[in-house]
Design a protein around this ligand. Structure first.
Ligand SMILES: Cc1cc2nc3c(=O)[nH]c(=O)nc-3n(C[C@H](O)[C@H](O)[C@H](O)COP(=O)(O)OP(=O)(O)OC[C@H]3O[C@@H](n4cnc5c(N)ncnc54)[C@H](O)[C@@H]3O)c2cc1C
Length: 383
């Protein structure tokens, strides 16, 4: 592990998450992946542990911890099951965080308390069939009509979409203003006019639901507007800056699992009369895997500490996500190589790690989008 010292509380959170992962998550992760089954029981227990709203103040049902503690826990959970980590990270990063930052007292009492305590589950609806990286081109509209907004449109790729109770939904309240006309709303998923469409059949994180959601003349109370009209794009970017550190932590967790399994396997598997771990060619792979993981973890910790200190951290968050996601892909590819033919089968979890790693290069901003953010900031900084 790293020489960077953690506080007693941070170490306690990390150990609790590690123990929970080893005892409760690892034994069922492969089955849930194969059966595409949402880990309901585990998510309920994560709520009881205080892991569904880790950085939310205790007065709103959260655990009142710092962001680094949340990242330490998320890495450990993702070491056992990336799907479980995705569900946890959406709830923490993408719905609890924006309501905590931008919500009114009434909104916090009505929605945040239940989400952060794990009694309710949330989702985040930004993407649309024609608007992913270019989120500002969204077509969903919210038209003010007396005491409510009338929603129409389609959202796609919504993680937790099939199970969520509440959603943050981004919609255009003034198309002529483009991204400045985007607003954010808290929507109860039971509202008439919200319809859950098809669930995607995915390469990885198969124990999560990824749903298309339709809004058909859906009436959302005007008091559910988050911030002011036109604040939506700012809220989305702010939310994703924090969320991306979480995806980086997820990538580190997946890569760490692949490294641990590879080392154990390499010590047991024999070829030419020796454990394959005796071969220098293989040792060099292990060395590079360990080094890239450590560098990724340090980027996660750096971005988290900067966020905790109230510093500007968007570039560091993008760097952590970019580097950790590419590391996870690289490390899981090597892990399959170390396992030889067995690594290519479902008998060992490395193929799952490999499939799960890929999503970290795509959601909450693709690797290309992270490069755009990093380049923009770097070009500004160096004159
Ligand atoms: C499993 C899964 C879960 C998801 N969960 C959610 C969720 O909960 N909520 C939500 O709102 N969204 C979610 N998403 C959507 C995700 O954030 C988008 O898929 C992602 O932002 C990319 O958008 P896109 O798929 O439309 O790709 P596009 O934007 O069409 O991009 C296609 C390719 O073009 C590249 N590209 C685009 N623009 C540029 C550019 N300017 N320069 C260089 N390259 C560029 C991209 O990097 C990519 O390689 C999820 C997606 C998946 C697959």
């Amino acid at each position: 592990m790293s020489i960077v010292s953690l506080s007693e509380v941070q170490e306690m959170v990390q150990n609790t998450a590690r123990e929970f992962t080893n005892n409760e998550i690892k034994p069922v992760a492969s089955i849930n992946d194969k059966e595409h089954s949402f880990p309901e029981d585990i998510i309920r227990k994560l709520g009881e542990l205080g892991f569904m709203g880790m950085a939310v103040p205790e007065q709103y049902g959260g655990s009142g911890l710092d962001y680094l503690s949340y990242m330490l826990a998320l890495e450990e959970i993702c070491r056992g099951c990336a799907s479980t980590g995705t569900i946890m990270s959406v709830n923490n990063s993408l719905i609890c965080a924006p309501i905590n930052t931008f919500g009114t007292e009434v909104q916090k009492k009505s929605f945040l308390t239940e989400l952060a305590s794990g009694k309710k589950l949330g989702c985040f609806m930004l993407s649309e069939p024609e608007a992913g990286s270019d989120a500002a081109s969204m077509r969903t509209t919210a038209v003010l009509n007396g005491d409510h907004y009338l929603f129409n449109g389609t959202k796609s790729w919504i993680t937790n979409g099939a199970e969520a109770d509440f959603a943050i939904v981004f919609a255009s309240t003034d198309k002529s203003l483009k991204h400045k006309g985007v607003s954010a709303f808290i929507v109860n998923m039971k509202t008439p006019g919200v319809k859950i469409g098809k669930l995607e059949d995915k390469l990885g994180i198969r124990a999560t639901s990824t749903a298309q959601i339709f809004f058909e003349d859906c009436k959302v109370p005007s008091e559910n507007l988050l911030g002011n009209e036109g604040d939506g794009f700012k809220i989305a970017l702010n939310t994703l800056d924090g969320g991306r550190i979480g995806i980086a932590a997820q990538a580190v967790g997946i890569a760490q699992a692949a490294l641990e399994d590879s080392v154990i396997y390499a010590k047991e598997r024999k070829a030419f009369g020796n454990p394959i771990s005796d071969f220098q060619g293989l040792q060099f792979m292990i060395a590079d895997m360990a080094t890239r993981i450590e560098a990724s973890r340090l980027l996660v910790w750096q971005a988290s500490v900067m966020k905790d200190k109230g510093m500007k951290y968007g570039k560091q968050s993008a760097m952590a996500k970019l580097f950790a996601a590419e590391t996870a892909m690289w490390v899981t590819t090597k892990a399959i190589q170390i396992h030889g033919g067995y690594g290519y089968t479902t008998d060992y979890p490395v193929e799952r790690y490999f499939r799960d790693a890929k999503i970290t290069e795509i959601y909450e901003g693709t690797s290309e989008v992270q490069r755009i953010v990093i380049a923009r900031e770097t070009l500004k900084e160096i004159q």
